[in-house]
Design a protein around this ligand. Sequence first.
Ligand code: MN
Length: 265
Amino acid sequence: MAERRDLSDEPLILISNDDGIDAPGILALAAAMDGLGAIHVVAPVNEQSAVGHAITVRDPVRARPWPFRVPSGEVPAHAVTGTPADCVKLAINQLLPRTPDLVVSGINRGPNTAVNVIYSGTVSAATEAAILGVDAVAFSLCDWHAEDYESPGRVARLIAQKVLQKGLPHGILLNVNIPARPFEELRGMAVTRQARSRWEESFVEREDPLKQPYYWLSGHFVNLDEGENTDLGAVENDYVSITPIHYDLTAYEHLDALKAWDWDE
Ligand code: MN
């Protein structure tokens, strides 16, 4: 193992994802954080894409040390038999020497724009950090088949540096979507909102060897939003999309109208 400096006064950066600890995106994200602080990787041992904010409460969760290298050397890492939210909970409460200064999640294989935020394990790792009071950023690359994570890694480093410098308001995390373009071809950073969108879905029905039907979710994504400043619009125009999101799902603008219903009638 490479010799390590005393990192006690450096920021502590926790790195997680939903594609699994051996995915290329988390390797690129860890490499991108190299030198910004002490790094600790805690990520699912198996892919957990689209598990949303699921947590494991009926089974034991195991964490085993995992060999993980960044350019400057070996960093501590654990592979966890759980979800992204489990990873962040376990890391912050148990595995890390102290509360991290920043949690970064990704770099996800595929976008997490618009309604997909709600299904995303990548975003949920960052959301869990925000719930626990730690600044957090989720990073996604807008290409399901990407192999080159060099450009999004450079973007992630710039954004992590900014967040370490500025800090985030309590309860707010950043959801970053990065176009799959060479770094030089990106047109800049855009602060955006989630586009209105939905999936037009269908199920493929097949029969298993026991003659029982099974179903496989299929569908295509529809952008319903022609408005300005959307995450989808930004990435379509080669801007990095930065959306501040929060986990308080209360629809405050509807509180008064709903109070006016005669609930005790
Ligand atoms: Mn994923």
